[in-house]
Design a protein around this ligand. Structure first.
Ligand SMILES: [Zn+2]
Length: 235
């Protein structure tokens, strides 16, 4: 059982007020406290209603820790006019022009959102997801042809931790947020998943096979390790 309560506001010593999501989860083994790496939302979990007072005491003793985690968290940059967000590895400013005919055009350092009626946020979400899917379909079919395997289906998601995944029967799924990364990084993740269609593991044979498909994979891997988490801070 999982009860979701409203948000509470926890004042911290540094003057910050942290929004706290308090939840009761019957499957939780113990009281736990978590601070999201993106946005800094605090979640306090208690295994039962009866444990809530204890959970609150637990949290109130850890306000300094919460403040530290929140200071390290990435702030969320919303998809709205004036925000600067990455697309294909380049930072671009979102500009709204209601008189423009095209719903969305990427032009140099700008993402121009036009057309009346639709919100900027949903227009960008729609465009980024469609563009991610289009590029990932092209990229996976290129690597599938190169390695002689068949990709059954490509889909996009907004997974919290994984950039891509694959099933043994040839269905691949990817995070649409890859469209914000440089093109070679998106290509790398496509090649990485296609290579799993031959080796469903990360064995030495797998990496040898991947290196044949995508020789410069280490550069892309380290880009993702360093910059990947920040891609989750937009929207
Ligand atoms: Zn893998």
């Amino acid at each position: 059982m999982s009860l979701t309560g409203p948000y509470e506001h926890l004042p911290l010593a540094n003057g910050d007020i942290a929004p706290v999501h308090i939840r009761v989860d019957g499957r939780a083994k113990r009281i736990s406290l978590k601070v999201e790496k993106i946005g800094g939302l605090v979640t306090l979990t208690a295994p039962s209603e009866a444990k809530l007072p204890e959970a609150r005491r637990f949290m109130s003793k850890r306000t300094r820790w919460i403040a530290e985690r929140r200071a390290e968290a990435h702030e969320i940059t919303p998809f709205e006019p004036g925000s600067v967000v990455p697309f294909l590895g380049r930072m671009r400013r979102i500009v709204q022009d209601k008189s423009a005919k095209d719903p969305l055009v990427v032009f140099g350092d700008q993402i121009l959102v036009g057309g009346p009626g639709s919100s900027v946020k949903s227009a960008i979400y729609r465009f980024f997801k469609a563009e991610a899917l289009r590029r990932l379909i092209a990229s996976t079919s290129k690597y599938a042809a190169k390695s002689g395997v068949t990709v059954k289906r490509v889909s996009i998601r907004d997974a919290k931790t994984r950039w891509g995944s694959c099933s043994a029967d040839g269905r691949l799924s990817f995070s649409w947020r890859l469209v914000m990364a440089p093109e070679h990084v998106l290509d790398y993740v496509a090649a990485h998943e296609v290579a799993h269609l031959q080796h469903m593991n990360h064995s030495p044979e797998y990496w040898t096979h991947l290196a044949g498909l995508f020789p410069e994979f280490k550069v892309a891997e380290s880009w993702l390790k360093e910059n990947g988490p920040s891609l989750r801070s937009y929207g």
